[in-house]
Design a binder for this molecule. Structure first.
Ligand code: CTP
Length: 398
């Protein structure tokens, strides 16, 4: 099943390391090429000799061995995927903070391939807020985190924290190789976040967009193998994923320039940004001083990026816009679909609780130019991104 697939296993110190012996055997038996790096602590749980015999490759532990240097950069480039299993609490914390005191960590830091981790720890460690924070951080880097199981633990207690079983890891790998690479070779452009329109050196016109919806879409598409460029306005938490090219911009004009430059090379463009509709006619070079009299700023329209891309679009490009509405939602959303020559408009209503700006959830209805209307229930922005991409898949010739 995994004929010719290159899998890099990273083993850290946990009793669950014994499961990797069988995993290595099953992977090589099904045709995969397996290379293994271990942390020094992992050697206390499983023997490098056993693993290297099963993998048919030497197991690497140290950054340098007998005066020869282990090329961690090439390991991460060689692999189709790196799987860190078991992921101990200690290695998780080091990965989340970029520490680099062993070969496994150096390999992870330089890996250009997708990374999957299978955490294993005792229940209290698993539920500790620091662990949750570290996992959230890894997830924001695009790392796929496997669910832990519930059952007997090394402490003698029973609870959450057991590493995923061998069959589950194999199932995830099967999913990765045969379902998540469907968009390999496809290029995607996404706009996200707000824009800031400068008034003077210290003030701007902006909005509350967090950029989370666009980021969730970028991750979902990268997870399916697409090459993603994210043109992002100023957001509090930026995306940090080696697979995604982030182009930071500030104003609507800068976002327009970047989007127009990238668009000719893309198969799919999703405009999820909350672009300011107006900008000041002039930007004051000096800070504007207050006066007794009332004050007004003359505003002019910003360029409409979605509309421009709708004009430039060729028959084999797919263009998706968003619409955030508070009244006559359907009518306005359908109007935007036609006016901007988009293929789909994703509508979210400000009237729905939990939808729109500043929430981690969203509730959408997608209108297609083919007349389709697909409504989804309230979901996390991550799941909304999955729904949107699933809906687009048949139109992407993937
Ligand atoms: N959009 C854009 N460039 C702009 C304004 C909006 O690319 N200058 C895109 C948004 O990213 C979104 C879609 O257009 O995908 C709809 O944005 P919205 O602000 O809801 O629509 P408008 O056309 O600005 O209409 P209105 O403000 O009247 O609702």
């Amino acid at each position: 099943m995994f004929q010719g697939k290159k899998i890099l296993l990273g083993i850290s110190g946990s009793i669950a390391a014994y499961k990797i012996i069988l995993l290595t055997r099953l992977l090589t038996k099904s045709g995969a090429e397996v290379k293994i790096v271990m942390t020094p602590a992992a050697r206390d749980f499983v023997s490098p000799l056993t693993l290297s015999t099963l993998a048919g490759n030497p197991v690497l532990v140290e950054l340098s061995d007998n005066a020869s240097w282990s090329n961690h950069v090439m390991l991460g480039r060689w692999a189709d995927i790196m799987v860190v299993a078991p992921l101990s609490c200690n290695t998780l914390a080091k990965m989340a903070t970029g520490q680099c005191d062993n070969l496994l960590l150096a390999t992870w830091l330089s890996a250009t391939c997708p990374v999957m981790v299978a955490p294993a720890m005792d229940e209290d460690m698993w539920h500790h807020p620091t662990t949750k924070d570290n996992l959230t951080k890894l997830e924001s880097f695009g790392v796929r985190i496997l669910q832990v199981g519930n059952g007997p633990l090394a402490s003698g207690l029973s609870g959450d924290g057991r590493m995923a079983e061998t069959e589950e890891i194999l199932k995830e790998l099967e999913h990765f190789f045969f379902h998540t690479q469907q968009l390999k070779g496809k290029k995607v452009l996404i706009t996200a976040g707000p824009t800031h329109e400068r008034i003077d050196p210290v003030r701007f016109i902006g909005n509350h967009s967090s950029g989370k919806m666009g980021q969730a879409l970028a991750l979902e598409l990268a997870n399916r193998g697409a090459e993603v460029t994210l043109v992002s306005g100023p957001v509090q938490q930026s995306l940090n994923d080696a697979r995604i090219e982030v182009v930071p911009v500030v104003s609507a004009q800068e976002m327009y320039d970047a989007a127009v430059a990238y668009f000719p090379f893309t198969d799919l463009a999703i405009m999820a940004a909350a672009v300011a509709d107006y900008m000041p006619v002039t930007v004051s070079a000096e800070k504007i001083k207050k006066q007794e009299a009332a004050f007004s700023i003359e505003l002019t329209r910003t360029p409409d990026i979605l509309k421009k891309l709708g004009e430039l679009k060729s028959a084999d490009q797919l263009l998706v816009g968003f619409a955030l509405e508070s009244t006559n939602e359907k009518e306005y959303a359908k109007g935007k679909l036609a006016a901007k020559n988009a293929d789909f408009i994703v509508m979210n209503s400000l009237r729905e609780a939990g939808a729109g700006f500043g929430h981690d959830t969203n509730k959408i209805t997608v209108f297609g130019k083919d007349g389709t209307e697909t409504a989804f229930p309230l979901k996390s922005k991550k799941d909304v991104a999955t729904d949107i991409v699933n809906l687009l898949m048949p139109h992407l010739n993937a």
